[in-house]
Design a protein around this ligand. Structure first.
Ligand code: FRU
Length: 491
């Protein structure tokens, strides 16, 4: 692995020529995705500033152009009319001020009187190593230009550690007030959310206190990327607790969870109704963000980073890493989020192929494929990316008695992040009847029973892992999907 110096890590991208050669290499990497958002070079992590406006979906993401490393973060911009076909728009926010001298970190967007504002964390580090995470804002103008406010919105609270970041901007109609929710770590090493409020979007922000989340006073050591969403008339708190192990999730200590409950904006208390839920039971899912400005709360649209902090991937040597998940439509049913792949994804189907053609080796189980699997009842197993004799692969096993799904990736040849554990388990509520599976060159997203649970993982199949097996109680339809990822070099 490459050893990075501080200087190499924390450079601002000034000129496209600095990465054009790297881009040539990256686009030829064998694991490039064909219908997921991925970086033109370097590392992609969290989705940021996701917003629907004038018929266009705008999305930004955390981007370190220099390689598969968490170095200097910039915001990169992509747009779409249908959430399926995305176009590269280029660099959106550069870390070019004193306040963000070591990176423009994650944040969110809001539309106010015909303008959009982006809120983000300016990751400032002094020469002596002291970190000051500023909450900053920028105007995203109608002509596409982004202009930063000259000063931060506020400096961090001295009552908490220097881990304070990822502002989520929320407008509350009832109180006609703006709120900023920030993920943080307390001095006694607990994960918390801080709340700021103001009557005007860009001024007079006041620290209102720590969000009280009843029963979650001691739940992980840092909460990243928090949000409170209104979905189907309910309040849903999202965040990514760190330094915490959860049952069924191996040794991994970073998670993305949600809690349905009631938010009281007067006393800043979130009262959970029922337990927390892990967003996704696969191996690679983090920093989920819903699109702002949907203007009705019947459903929400969510995208996430198909990755995890501290993870390494086989593409790192090709100088790129990370991609975003497919967009999901969220609704609530019986105190649970239902997460469905958005309907427009059907437009990607190009031709149907049969399971027999794959199993007899005429068609390869590789590239962009959608599978719709009906399960007739009882125990079930599907293994993806086996060799032609049915050996190895990523196993998804269902135990009908306990309604337990086990995902086991230890049978794949190219193993990675093994320290986090190669098995994930989840108990579903209903009998397994259906799996909707979206496969891309290096990822798998599995929607259980129309969105009751999802398993999202990166996979890096080798040339002989080109088949799959399924128990006789499963019937499968398969489609090849169109390859639409935008690989254009737009900086
Ligand atoms: C989550 C995160 C955020 C931070 C960003 C930096 O993955 O660590 O907390 O703002 O990534 O890239």
């Amino acid at each position: 692995m490459k050893e990075w110096t501080e200087k190499e890590l924390y450079r601002i991208l000034n000129n496209p020529d600095e990465i054009s050669e790297m881009h040539e290499k990256v686009v030829n990497s064998e694991y490039r995705q064909s219908y997921h958002i991925q970086p033109i070079t370097g590392l992609l992590n969290d989705p940021n500033g996701f917003i629907f406006r004038n018929g266009i979906w705008h999305l930004f993401y955390q981007w370190c152009p220099w390689g598969a490393v968490h170095g200097m973060k910039h915001w990169y911009h992509v747009v779409s009319e249908d959430l399926v076909n995305w176009k590269n728009m280029g660099l959106a926010i550069r870390p070019d001020t004193e306040y963000d001298n070591k990176g423009v970190f994650s944040g969110s967007a809001i539309e106010i009187s015909d303008a959009v504002y982006l809120f983000y964390t300016g990751n400032h580090i002094d020469d002596d190593g002291t970190r000051i995470p500023y909450t900053c804002a920028a105007e995203f103008k109608n002509d596409g230009q982004i202009s930063k406010l000259s000063e931060p919105i506020f400096a961090p609270s001295s009552d908490f550690t220097d881990n304070q970041r990822d502002p989520k901007i929320i407008y509350n109609e009832k109180f006609d007030k703006y709120y900023l929710i920030i993920g943080a770590r307390s001095f006694d090493e607990k994960g918390v959310c801080l709340v700021y409020q103001s009557e005007s979007l860009l001024a007079d922000w006041k620290f209102a206190g720590r969000l009280k989340v009843t029963g979650y006073e001691d739940f992980g050591g840092m909460w990243e990327c928090p949000s409170i969403e209104r979905i189907c008339g309910r309040d849903v708190l999202f965040f990514c607790p760190q330094y915490l192990k959860l049952e069924g999730r191996g040794n991994v200590t970073n998670h993305n969870i949600y809690i349905i409950g009631e938010m009281n904006w007067e006393n800043l208390t979130f009262t959970p109704i029922g337990d927390f839920n892990v967003f996704d039971f696969g191996f690679d899912f983090y920093a989920a963000q819903c699109a702002a400005n949907i203007k009705n709360d019947d459903k929400a649209f969510l995208m996430a980073w198909m990755g995890l902090p501290a993870s390494v991937y086989p593409t790192d040597v090709d100088e790129w890493s990370g991609c975003l998940s497919l967009p999901r439509e969220l609704t609530i049913h019986k105190d649970r989020l239902i997460q469905k792949p958005i309907e427009q994804l059907e437009s990607l189907r190009s031709k149907e192929i049969s399971a027999d053609e794959i199993m007899d080796g005429h068609e390869k189980f590789a590239g962009a494929i959608e599978m719709s699997v009906d399960v007739a009842g009882g125990d079930f197993e599907i293994k993806l990316f086996t060799d032609l004799s049915g050996k190895g692969g990523l196993s998804i096993k269902y135990n009908d008695k306990f309604k337990k799904i086990t995902a086991d990736k230890s049978g794949l040849k190219r193993r990675f992040n093994t320290d986090f554990g190669e098995v994930r388990e989840h108990f579903i509520e209903n009998t397994l009847l259906h799996l909707g599976i979206f496969i891309d060159t290096s990822s798998v997203e599995i929607f259980v029973n129309g969105g009751e649970a999802v398993f999202t993982s990166r996979v890096f199949p080798t040339d002989d892992e080109v088949s799959f097996t399924i128990t006789p109680n499963g019937t499968v339809k398969l489609w090849r999907l169109k390859e639409i990822s935008d690989n254009t070099f737009v900086v």
